[in-house]
Design a protein around this ligand. Structure first.
Ligand SMILES: Cc1cc2nc3c(=O)[nH]c(=O)nc-3n(C[C@H](O)[C@H](O)[C@H](O)COP(=O)(O)OP(=O)(O)OC[C@H]3O[C@@H](n4cnc5c(N)ncnc54)[C@H](O)[C@@H]3O)c2cc1C
Length: 407
């Protein structure tokens, strides 16, 4: 018998939704994620006939993609029931979990807009079970990574920190010129982007705005898919803008003062709370792989779980995983009930979950012995996926420095 889940008070709907997502994770995400991870060329991951599209399509057929759209309604789940879904997705394959989540980013902005054209994009996304509409969140630039995380600091008004992608207002239009970095998730496959731009370079990071942009406009081009160490199923790549003209209605947050509130607090609170839950799931998957292997592998004439050092290691891993799950859930529950929530807790939960996922996966590799290094076992992939998460959505160091501003 495996160790119990401690959740109490889940409704029948919560349990049914969790089990449905767990099946999707086990039967679709996990096996496809493993196969995509092994592809030598990241271009193969996004090929027309790639299984990546089966993941996106099935996720949408299950209706999971509309959970965060304004006005779309929840799935009748309790707050904890919703959190469990994100944990399950992170458990199955963290890179794919990020890809399907970020695919909705610009459409969430569009759903909140009063502009009929933008509302039309959100509606089309909600109805799109073929995964023809894919979003990305393009903020990082080649010369500005952590700068965006620390944008809320008073010193970030330094003009030397001004973003590279500039938006210049001309009448009722904006002209965009510059680029976003190779780290943009879904960057080479996205049809729409939520895009952070510089409006006033003299104000450095304090002079920015947010627009949503269809990525088939004249002047937009993409780089190659990024070839990287972990989360290889997650497509990433550059987006270039050369005198791209957008109507002013696409500039959904033109007011830098409002963006400063978002980048100074709300954006990183929301993003990191989500990351913490996803990677608590990833951490649990590493523990479960270690327990399963330790029960099967025989050395010294007994399953290695009978050896004291393995028992002790597994129990220490369990403590770390449950601590990460507890803080991420507690933070998410508080932040949902008290928007915009607590940034200090959000970044702490993100750092704890991602570092736990990496440490636990590394210990799980040790428990697998030589097999832990082999691509025949998923644990080395989970370790690589977890390693990326300590940089993803902000390095843990930069995030914690920002969180410290609110102690
Ligand atoms: C898997 C993955 C997915 C991602 N997805 C997206 C996405 O969807 N969209 C997007 O726009 N970006 C995305 N990113 C980019 C990510 O947000 C950046 O990589 C991250 O913010 C760090 O920026 P950087 O890589 O430029 O590192 P740098 O900012 O160059 O940092 C290098 C080192 O210096 C430290 N450092 C930097 N500045 C300071 C400072 N002022 N004080 C103290 N220490 C500092 C950092 O902690 C780090 O150790 C993703 C990254 C990964 C790995």
């Amino acid at each position: 018998m495996s160790y119990p889940d401690l959740d109490v008070g889940l409704s029948e709907e919560d349990i049914a939704a969790r089990d449905m997502v767990r099946r999707f994770g086990n039967e679709v995400m996990r096996p496809i994620g493993i196969r995509l991870d092994k592809l030598a060329d990241p271009q193969q991951v996004i090929a027309k006939d790639s299984e990546l599209w089966d993941v996106h399509r099935t996720y949408r057929e299950l209706g999971l993609h509309t959970r965060r759209l304004a006005g779309a309604g929840g799935a009748g789940l309790s707050p904890l029931g919703g959190i469990q879904i994100n944990e399950e997705l992170g458990y199955a394959d963290s890179g794919l979990a990020i890809s399907i989540a970020v695919a909705g980013a610009p459409f969430a902005y569009a759903a909140a807009s009063r502009e009929p054209e933008l509302q039309g994009w959100a509606k089309a996304y909600a109805e799109d079970t073929k995964a023809e509409l894919i979003g990305c969140w393009a903020i990082t630039e080649p010369d500005h990574g952590s700068d965006w995380i620390l944008a809320g600091e008073p010193t970030s008004s330094n003009p030397l920190m001004a973003p590279q992608l500039k938006a210049v207002k001309k009448g009722k239009e904006y002209v965009l010129t510059g680029q976003k970095s190779a780290w943009v998730s879904n960057g080479t496959i996205a049809t729409h982007a939520s895009l952070h731009v510089s409006l006033d370079s003299d104000q450095g990071m304090h002079g920015t705005a947010i627009c949503i942009v269809p990525l088939d406009l004249p002047g937009i081009s993409r780089g190659k898919s990024l070839d990287k160490h972990g989360q290889r199923a997650l497509n990433q790549g550059e987006i270039f803008f050369e005198e791209v003209v957008i109507p002013e209605k696409y500039m959904v947050v033109p007011d830098s003062a409002r963006v400063n509130v978002m980048l100074g607090y709300n954006t990183w609170t929301g993003a990191n709370t989500g990351m913490s839950v996803t990677f608590a799931g990833c951490a649990k998957s590493a523990l479960d792989e270690a327990i399963t292997y330790a029960k099967q592998r025989v050395q010294g004439g007994v399953a290695i779980i009978e050896h004291q050092n393995i028992k002790l290691k597994l129990m220490q891993m369990l403590q770390m995983v449950e601590a990460a799950r507890s803080l991420s859930r507690r933070t998410m529950l508080y932040n949902m009930a008290n928007p915009p929530g607590s940034l200090s807790h959000a970044v702490s939960a993100k750092a704890l979950s991602t570092e736990t996922a990496f440490k636990v996966a590394s210990e799980a590799v040790q428990i697998h012995g030589g097999n832990g290094l082999s691509k025949e076992y998923v644990i080395e992939k989970i370790m690589r996926d977890a390693r990326a998460s300590m940089i993803e959505d902000g390095t843990n160091e930069a995030l914690l420095l920002r969180g410290a501003a609110f102690l």
